[in-house]
Design a binder for this molecule. Structure first.
Ligand SMILES: NC(=O)c1ccc[n+]([C@@H]2O[C@H](COP(=O)([O-])OP(=O)(O)OC[C@H]3O[C@@H](n4cnc5c(N)ncnc54)[C@H](OP(=O)(O)O)[C@@H]3O)[C@@H](O)[C@H]2O)c1
Length: 279
């Protein structure tokens, strides 16, 4: 199908909230029309994106399923996709042996299977036109074994690795692949992963608008990857030379249930001591 509005088209998954919503806003502000997807209603996000001048098609579907990805692909309607921002994903906290297997499978099917299926479908169309930009939301979680979020970190290690490999396969083409690797970001992620009683779930996090901006700009420049934030950049550099066993232990201290409570009782203890010191 020809391009009816004359504006380029971006597909953004996980655009109802968090990093994906901010990525979709950046696309709209930069003159893209949008096909956006999430597994809950997208009305609020769609209204905002339209107010920014984009023509928006919203698809409410479960991208953990091939049917869901097919539905999203059908909604593109053959229009050339200039930018694919494959961002939908979710975590799952707590000890692996205590997790529900359907939820484990949903993490893998969303973060890996649905993501690579969509990238293959839209990527083939991009190859036929020899044009396109792909931004994949990986994570710095891919650099470390994720005790008490073991499956999620494994999916992000897959995605980070996949992104660099696909980029290399496409290096002779005009298609760029960029991996956005955020650190802990202030979105609905930790609530959805049932991690609000953990240190990482309760401590200060990065602003999703800033994270999205870093990713969007790296995508426009065609860069291979971007780790958002200097502390996260430092963390990934150190992680590259730290034994995995040590990284897993560090992750336990951030993600084990109850570590958030320990932290808040430690900080309220500190506040009490400060009060006693008259600070
Ligand atoms: N927040 C962090 O600390 C962090 C750090 C590194 C990487 N990331 C990655 O960043 C991406 C975005 O996460 P976020 O932090 O923005 O979390 P979020 O606020 O929970 O947003 C996740 C988005 O993905 C959508 N989604 C999740 N599973 C889906 C499925 N099966 N089908 C369709 N849509 C689905 C959600 O839709 P609904 O709202 O409709 O469920 C939502 O729009 C994820 O890939 C995540 O792994 C996050």
């Amino acid at each position: 199908m020809a391009n009816p509005t004359g504006r380029p088209l971006a597909v953004v998954t996980g655009a109802s909230t968090g990093i994906g919503y901010e990525l979709a806003k950046l696309c709209a502000e930069n003159g893209y029309d949008l096909v956006v997807a999430a597994d809950t209603p997208l009305e609020e996000a769609t209204q905002v994106l339209r107010s920014l001048g984009a023509e928006v098609t919203a698809v409410e579907t479960d991208l953990a399923t091939t049917e869901g990805v097919d539905e999203l692909y059908a909604a593109v309607g053959g229009r050339p996709v200039e930018a694919l921002l494959a961002n939908a994903g979710h975590g799952l906290g707590r000890a692996f042996l205590d997790q529900n297997f359907d939820e484990i499978r949903h993490v893998i099917d969303t973060n890996i299977t649905g993501t690579v299926y969509l990238i293959q479908k839209i990527g083939r169309d991009m190859r036929a036109r020899n044009k396109g930009r792909i931004l994949i939301t990986g994570s710095i979680a891919g650099f470390m074994p994720g005790s008490f979020q073991a499956v999620y970190n494994g999916t992000k290690a897959f995605i980070d690795s996949f992104s660099f490999a696909l980029r290399n396969e496409l290096k002779e083409t005009e298609i760029t692949v960029t991996c956005l690797m955020p650190g802990a970001t202030d979105t609905e992620f930790f609530e959805r992963a049932d991690m609000l009683d953990t240190k990482v779930g309760t401590e200060e996090k990065d602003d999703p608008a800033k994270v999205a901006k870093d990713g969007f700009e790296a995508m426009l420049k065609g860069e291979s990857d971007v780790v958002s934030g200097w502390q996260n950049k430092l963390m990934t550099t150190v992680a590259n030379v730290t034994p995995n066993e040590m990284l897993a232990e560090q992750h336990r201290r951030m993600a084990e249930p109850g570590t958030g409570e320990k932290q808040s009782s430690e900080s309220s203890g500190e506040a009490e001591k400060s009060k006693q010191r008259g600070a």
